[in-house]
Structures are given as C-alpha cells and as structure tokens.
Design a protein around this ligand. Structure first.
Ligand code: MF3
Ligand code: CO
Length: 279
C-alpha cells in the first residue's frame, strides 16, 4: 500500500531530513585521506544523536552501523571498519535518521583528496541523474517517468544503471511502497500525487550494471570492479511541486533551489533586520 503523507507529517520528515543533511554535510567536510570509515561512522552517530535523532540503519535487518561507507567499486552497503581512506578514493556515504517516528534517507558520493577526471565525471552525472529524476516528481506524472529519466541521462554518458537495488517510498518506515527503479519505460505505474514521499537513489556505474554481494552479506560491488557512484534524497510531492527534505548546505546541485522546502523559502525571504541569513 502506498501511503500519502499530510502536510504535518511532511514537516516532521523535513525535521528528520535536516538531521540527516546536517550530519551528511559534516561528514563531507571532514572526510579526508588517512581517516577510517569507522571514524566517520562514529562522528555520524554522535551528530545524529546530539541533534535528537536515532540512526535508522543501526539494527536494520541486523546492519551494525549508522552509515554505509562504500569505496570505489563498492556500490552501496559498505560497512564501516578499519579501512583507511586514500587519496583518489571515491567514497559513497549513505545515512538515515528517525525523528519522532519518521525516517529520512540520503546519500552522496564524494572525492577523497584528488580523484581522476573519470571519477569526477561519474559523480557529476550521477548527481545530475538524481536531480532530473526529482524534476519528474510532479503530481500527474507516472512513477516510471522518474526512473526512465534517470536511465536516459546515465546511459547517454555511457554509464550503467544498477538494476538490483531501487529507490523507495519512505515515511514511518525506511522502505515503504512503491519501489522506484532507476530504469524502465516512461508512463507506467501509479500516478504521482501530492503527499507522496519517495527516496530516489540512482546507483550508476562506470562499466556494466551488474553487481554482486560480498561474503559479509552486505557490501554490494560492481561485477567488473569498475567505479560506482550513488546519490540519494528524500523528496515530498507538495502543492508547489517536489520539495527535497534532505537538502544540504554543501555539495548540492545548483538546481536544488527549485526544490527548497516552502517554509525555508519563506524564512529566506523574511526581513532579516540586518542579519544575513546563510543557506
Ligand atoms: N539508503 C539505503 C536504502 O535505502 C540504506 C539502507 S542500508 C541499511 O536501502 F543498512 F540500513 F540496510
Ligand atoms: Co534509500
């Protein structure tokens, strides 16, 4: 069953999303060569809890950590541990927060130190794919329009679109209906409507789209060992179109300004009494 959220529930999800995005932003600022993925996990848990949230991933189907930290050919669900980040690594960080019973879920891929031009291009196109998918989240469009758009953009750059993992509805649970594939024909599936909240999360590969899971039971890697990138936002469909509930103040695509939550637009436009509001 697909659940429709009230404006009030979406407000709660935005408060949850702010904890997710603040924490993710902090991790993006501190991640550097020489750090371990476990150190990032500790910082993430501390941040979420200090902001009043609960790390959603801990205990999810037995998952032990606050974040997923997936490096290079690891696509998603890399488990934090003693691995030391090195200059040139591509790091995907995925994180979820529960606040007042509502979940928000977001991911980014970031460069550690200096990465190759090929890696930068993969990150850029994956983030663009996410933004183009979000742009399709308009009432009246069909669900498969999202994935179709993501796929078209990624494949037009010669990249692969992972099939085995998909985006999802989100609310009181991290994974709700519907599933949101990042591929497929347009014009299929349920009509999108106001109050629908989705986590859109393209996983894009430099080579083939095939993946396999390591023997730890979690880490998903590309079958051909090539790089992967992953970007994810939690987005609500509102009367004014899509609104990104996990909007960050760092490393966002410039198009996100169109998808800023309404109460923040109001706050940004309010008289400031000489105080400069930072975004
Ligand atoms: N963003 C991922 C997802 O939507 C996070 C799940 S990882 C887990 O599935 F550790 F919580 F399983
Ligand atoms: Co997700």
């Amino acid at each position: 069953m697909i659940t429709i959220k009230s404006a009030r529930e979406i407000e709660t999800m935005r408060r949850s999303g702010k904890i997710t995005s603040k924490t993710l932003g902090m991790l993006m600022r501190v991640a550097r060569p020489g750090m371990t993925t476990l150190e990032l996990d500790r910082l993430a848990e501390e941040s979420i809890r200090s902001l009043g949230g609960i790390p959603t991933f801990v205990g999810y189907q037995g998952y032990p950590s606050t974040i997923c930290a997936s490096v290079n050919d690891e696509v998603v669900h890399g488990m934090p541990g003693p691995r030391v980040l090195r200059d040139g690594d591509l790091l995907s960080i995925d994180i979820g927060t529960t606040l007042d019973g509502y979940v928000s879920d977001s991911a980014v891929t970031i460069p550690i130190g200096n990465v190759s031009a090929a890696a930068s291009r993969l990150m850029r196109v994956t983030q663009e794919s996410l933004m183009l998918g979000i742009a399709r989240m308009q009432a009246g469009n069909r669900l498969s329009d999202i994935g179709h758009t993501v796929q078209k953009h990624a494949e037009s750059h010669g990249y692969g679109v992972v099939r085995e993992l998909v985006g999802h509805g989100i609310g009181t649970k991290m994974h709700e209906e519907p599933q949101v594939p990042n591929y497929g024909p347009p014009g299929q599936g349920p009509s999108l409507r106001i109050g629908l909240v989705l986590a859109i999360e393209p996983m894009i590969t430099e080579g083939g789209y095939q993946v396999r899971t390591l023997r730890d039971g979690w880490t998903v890697v590309t079958a051909d060992g090539k790089l992967a990138a992953h970007f994810e936002h939690t987005i609500a469909i509102t009367e004014d179109g899509p609104r990104i509930l996990t909007l960050r103040d760092i490393g966002e695509h410039e198009d996100v300004e169109r998808y800023r939550p309404k109460e923040e637009i109001a706050a940004l436009n309010a008289p400031t009494g000489g105080v400069t509001l930072t975004r």
